[in-house]
Write a protein that binds this ligand. Structure first.
Ligand code: NDP
Length: 282
């Protein structure tokens, strides 16, 4: 029988500490504040935004949304972004990506104050993750995986850890964070030869490919720890991860579900970042 790694349990364990921290800040006259910048109304953005607002409220963080039209011009977008970026009462910024295709993200990535960059857009924060410097802000999802593994007492030191996916949002930064904890990390991608074999040999397998149920049970080693970052829709229209959960859970020692796994921790990590930013900025 495998242990189910439930995101909600990790998030609940973080909640008490986060609430205490915001209370302390408020007593010192600081209202921690997150600004969300959203262009248009993509359903996945709105859904994440609802979750983020709820989480911020639950721990006492103010959350404001700057909603911009999908067809906004580059100049207008940059102006709006600059306003939020320079607002001293805003401690952290989360901008939904990708931006509409006609907008160039680069100037915005360069503009954001690294101290307010809650989801690792800026080069400064990316470099810190790669350097193993924890004073920056790692991507919330990558950090959520680390929180989950820590909460469930998974020892990473020297373990064969395979990450499937090498994006700058999840796979690469997560691999660096695992390496910092002394895991022996293998990063896989679409050109990897014999992915099943590499996955099977992993003590810890992390799926972040964005392909529904591509990690089949035969790719999971007996007793492996399996964390699933993927968010996909299966043939029946249901949310599912990258792992064939029902079959893989029979082999794994620990496994995270989708939904209610890693995705349930990301907004708590976001809240933790905002609190740290508010502390640092004051
Ligand atoms: P990307 O599409 O940017 O990257 C996917 C990565 O997986 C690429 O490196 C790609 O390889 C690799 N990959 C894709 N298919 C295969 C395959 N068949 N075999 C091996 N490698 C493969 O996705 P993201 O990193 O942005 O997201 C990954 C998943 O995580 C998605 O399902 C996304 O929805 C989810 N996600 C979840 C979040 C959460 O809060 N839980 C937040 C962010 C993302 P290559 O580089 O060669 O193309």
């Amino acid at each position: 029988m495998s242990v189910l790694m439930k995101g909600i349990d990790v998030a609940n364990a973080m909640k008490e500490e986060l609430t205490k921290e915001t209370e302390l800040l408020k007593r010192g006259g600081v209202m921690p504040c997150l600004a969300i910048i959203r262009a248009g109304s993509r359903e996945e953005d709105l859904s994440y935004e609802r979750g983020a607002k709820k989480r911020m409220e639950a721990v006492g963080i103010k959350c404001q949304v700057r909603e911009l039209p999908w067809d906004i011009t580059q100049r207008e977008f940059e102006e709006a972004f600059r306003e939020v970026n320079d607002n001293p009462s805003v401690h952290g910024i989360l901008m939904f990506r990708p931006l509409p295709k006609h907008l160039d993200e680069e100037p915005v990535r360069k503009m954001i104050h690294p101290a307010k960059d809650m989801d690792c857009m800026s080069d400064v924060n990316i470099a810190k993750v790669f350097a193993g410097d924890e004073t920056g802000y790692a991507p919330c999802t990558a950090e959520a995986v680390m929180k989950m593994l820590k909460f469930y007492g998974i020892d990473l030191k020297g373990k064969n850890t395979t990450v499937v996916g090498r994006s700058m949002v999840v796979g690469k930064p997560l691999s660096m964070m695992l390496l910092k904890e002394n895991a022996t990390v293998t990063i896989c991608h679409t050109r990897t030869v014999d992915l099943p074999k590499i996955c099977r040999s992993a003590d810890i397998l992390i799926a972040a490919a964005g392909k529904a149920k591509m990690i089949t049970a035969d790719m999971v080693g007996e007793g492996a720890v399996v964390a699933d970052v993927g968010i996909n829709v299966d043939e029946e229209g249901n949310l599912c991860g990258d792992v064939d959960f029902e079959r893989a859970k029979k082999k794994a020692s620990y496994i995270s579900p989708v939904p209610r796994g890693v995705g349930s921790i990301t907004t708590s990590v976001l809240a933790e970042h905002v609190i740290r930013a508010a502390k640092n900025l004051h």
